[in-house]
Design a protein around this ligand. Structure first.
Ligand code: AKG
Length: 327
């Protein structure tokens, strides 16, 4: 029979009762005290349990403490302020590292003067003329597949860069085509672009720029669904705007995380099937050209392009950034 003392008594009385059983106080004395306090039913239940002993009581105590602590943490967590914007700051790199990188806190860095020339130069038209003949890989056919991120490999398609840019320019808002980090465009012949990406050497490690810099290009309406990364990321907006939402790593129990680093929460769509998510404190904002969003490791994020968009992301930070999946 399941022992329900913990459910029938207020938590402080349940703890008092169990502690006294563990101390070896006679069950009859504990029953009298419970009756005096008006908990007759619990007293009866305690008496009916001839075999109830100290180790069983200890196990109940631990269980009650865990249940109680989890309930408190959940309440505190859900009461945190919701929908806070991410701070936008012009930051000294050492302050960026101490207050955000090591604190695992998101921030928008603006402006980044070192990248200003690149931002002004890199229009779709310029990139098409300068690098258009290069064969790259992009994602295509995403709209027919609700799990297009999980099924990433199915959507790989080779095309010339000017072909991709034409599709983006001509197709209007859609989520069907996207060149994203995992297409690793800058590992292709497009690595020639590195000639135009200046080092931001007070913030990032130039020696590790290759292999840790990624190019993103897509139409208005492109959506990167909720996921977290196993590294810190700096997402720099070259062209167009992106709206973003971030949820902290502690939100994981409410993120419907069934597969790998992905959440089932369809943030930019119908969220009615995800009631647990409704209590999650979010940080939202819009990233404008010339700004860089720091996405700390483990933070859930979903991103939508609000116009045709070009972004660069960097993971070559000056300090350790190698987090591995352990399961
Ligand atoms: O810009 C995007 O579409 C997604 C960026 C992102 O998720 C990342 O850099 O990890």
């Amino acid at each position: 029979m399941e022992f329900t003392l913990l459910d029938s008594l207020p938590v402080d009385w349940a703890a008092w009762t169990l502690q006294n059983v563990i101390r070896g106080v006679a069950i009859a004395d504990i029953q009298s005290a419970l009756r005096l306090a008006g908990y007759d039913e619990s007293a009866r239940e305690l008496g009916g349990r001839a075999g109830f002993n100290a180790s069983e009581a200890a196990a109940c105590t631990v269980r009650s403490l865990i249940v109680y602590r989890t309930a408190l943490l959940r309440r505190m967590y859900l009461r945190k302020q919701r929908n806070q914007p991410v701070e936008r700051r012009e930051l000294d790199p050492s302050l960026f590292y101490s207050s955000y990188y090591f604190a695992n806190e998101p921030v928008i860095l603006a402006p980044l003067p070192t990248l200003e020339k690149l931002r002004l130069d890199w229009t779709f038209d310029y990139l098409s003329r300068r690098f258009g003949d290069i064969l790259i890989e992009a994602q295509r056919g995403r709209e027919g597949d609700p799990d297009y991120e999980i099924n990433f490999d199915k959507h790989r398609e080779k095309m010339r860069l000017d072909g991709l840019i034409k599709l983006i320019e001509d197709s209007g808002p859609n989520n069907d085509i996207y060149m994203c980090a995992n297409n690793r465009a800058l590992d292709s012949e497009l690595s020639r672009m590195f000639g135009e990406i200046p080092d931001i050497d007070d913030l990032l490690e130039p020696k590790h720029a290759r292999g840790k810099t990624f190019l993103w290009m897509g139409p208005q309406g492109t959506i990167t669904p909720f996921h977290y990364d196993l590294m810190n990321v700096l997402l720099y907006q070259v062209h167009g705007r992106k709206s973003f939402v971030l949820a902290p790593p502690e939100a994981t129990p409410f993120m419907y995380n069934d597969v790998s680093v992905y959440s089932r929460v369809n943030y930019f769509g119908d969220r009615s099937q995800f009631p647990l998510f409704e209590g999650v404190p979010l940080k939202t904002g819009i990233l404008h050209p010339g700004e860089a969003l720091f996405i700390p490791v483990g933070w859930w994020h979903a991103i939508r392009a609000e116009s045709k968009s070009i972004s660069l992301s960097f993971t070559n930070f000056l300090d350790a950034n190698e987090y591995r999946k352990v399961t």
